[in-house]
Design a protein around this ligand. Structure first.
Ligand code: PNS
Length: 159
């Protein structure tokens, strides 16, 4: 059974993330979305909220599981018997950081492969940070994030 982990902060999940999750779910037997608990960075949504939002928008993908993790990604992967890290690549500018992480993860565990999926063109400019900025200043986030979670973002920004 081929189990992959798609790791990230997902604060919040965007349509770009959902596109990779949907395509990844067709590529692997099981896809685990690993949501990083970053104690150094206060996000818009707390970790349980992020997990809940992702679960909500992936409920129709039966081989997708959503789990939070802290510490090293490699340790999380071992726990779930996964040996592929799935990452999305949007632009050339993503490459250097992703290349470094892929090599570091492979150094920590040579059994682990990082596979990159090119983002779909219509989402190549999308990021969670950009979505938060647009929402913060009252812009329209329709089409940027799954429509199911737009009320959650607007409510959270107002808090
Ligand atoms: O969505 P993000 O913030 O770009 O995701 C980054 C993430 C979660 C993939 C990365 O920070 C990560 O894997 N963190 C876990 C810590 C770790 O394993 N570091 C070693 C590799 S450099």
């Amino acid at each position: 059974m081929k189990i992959a982990v798609y790791p990230g902060s997902f604060d919040p999940i965007t349509n770009g993330h959902l596109d990779i999750i949907t395509r990844g779910s067709k590529t692997f037997d099981k896809l685990i979305v690993g949501v990083l608990v970053n104690v150094d960075k206060k996000g818009l949504f707390n970790i349980d909220e992020r997990v809940e939002l992702i679960k909500r928008v992936t409920k129709d993908l039966p081989n997708v599981e959503v789990v939070s993790f802290h510490g090293l990604l490699i340790d999380f992967m071992k726990k779930y018997d996964a040996n592929v890290i799935l990452k999305g690549l949007r632009a050339f500018s993503d490459f250097e950081y992703e290349f470094q992480m892929a090599l570091m993860n492979n150094k920590l565990d040579p059994e682990v492969e990082t596979l990159f999926m090119m983002t779909s063109a219509q989402y190549s400019y999308l990021s969670s940070s950009a979505v938060k900025q647009v929402a913060k200043f009252g812009g329209c986030v329709e089409g940027l994030v799954p429509s199911d979670i737009i009320p959650d973002i607007i409510k959270k920004i107002k808090e």
